[in-house]
Design a protein around this ligand. Structure first.
Ligand SMILES: O=C(O)CCC(=O)C(=O)O
Ligand SMILES: [Fe+2]
Length: 210
């Protein structure tokens, strides 16, 4: 059984192209060629057209912690709306539980240092971020391009490094089966060494976003 805002292994693995990345510590999946090249290119264009410096939820005093740019995608844009529907289908999670879709852009030297996507349950900002929508449950991330060098996503606790690849969807559960947050979901958006990296991020919540 899964609650609202949650995906499940059974649902995800019902798609023939879905692969579970073997690990006893984290539910991690990848789906190659999830998004077609034309849609990836269109989303890269949207990100190029409009982006701002990325931010982090709990300021940790390190200005170099997340050095990328973020694009707040327009939900009424047909490409964005189409992706929203597609993610709803693949995740099995009602789109109302999704945070607005974002694009991220990394230039050479930019990164997102090791972090978890869930909010620290005892963190000072937990109430601000989670009072209405609840905790982040699942992360769905799509690589929009092949990066010339660097830009992999590293899960240190699993000793697993995922290479960016145009159209690849990466999925993980930020919580353990018992509903507690999972520290093994720690991941690092590693520095781009050559070229640029573009991704789409979708975080789902326990309750509707609002
Ligand atoms: O860019 C990546 O590989 C990871 C991005 C990420 O972890 C995030 O946006 O939360
Ligand atoms: Fe993340």
């Amino acid at each position: 059984m899964t609650g609202p805002g949650e995906s499940s292994a059974e649902h995800l693995l019902s798609f023939p192209n879905m692969q579970r990345v073997p690990s006893p510590r984290l539910e991690l999946y990848q789906y190659r060629n999830f998004l077609d090249a034309a849609s990836c290119d269109a989303l890269v264009e949207r990100i190029e057209a409009q982006h701002r410096p990325s931010t982090i939820a709990d300021d940790n005093g390190d200005d170099l912690f997340r050095t990328s740019s973020t694009c707040d995608l327009d939900a009424s844009d047909p490409i964005v709306a189409g992706l929203d529907r597609l993610l709803g289908h693949i995740s099995g999670i009602h789109p109302a539980h999704g945070e607005p879709l974002q694009g991220q852009r990394y230039d050479v030297g930019q990164e997102f240092k090791p972090h978890t996507d869930y909010f620290e349950p005892n963190g000072t900002d937990y109430q601000i971020h989670c009072a209405v929508p609840g905790q982040r449950t699942w992360t769905f991330m799509i690589y929009l391009n092949d990066v010339e060098a660097g830009g992999a996503t590293r899960f240190k606790w699993l000793d697993k490094t995922v290479q960016p690849e145009r159209g690849k969807l990466l999925i993980w559960n930020n919580r353990r089966p018992d509903g507690m947050v999972n520290p093994a979901s720690l991941h690092h958006g590693m520095k781009v060494r050559a070229g640029r990296k573009y991704v789409i991020t979708r975080w789902y919540r326990e309750r509707p976003w609002g």
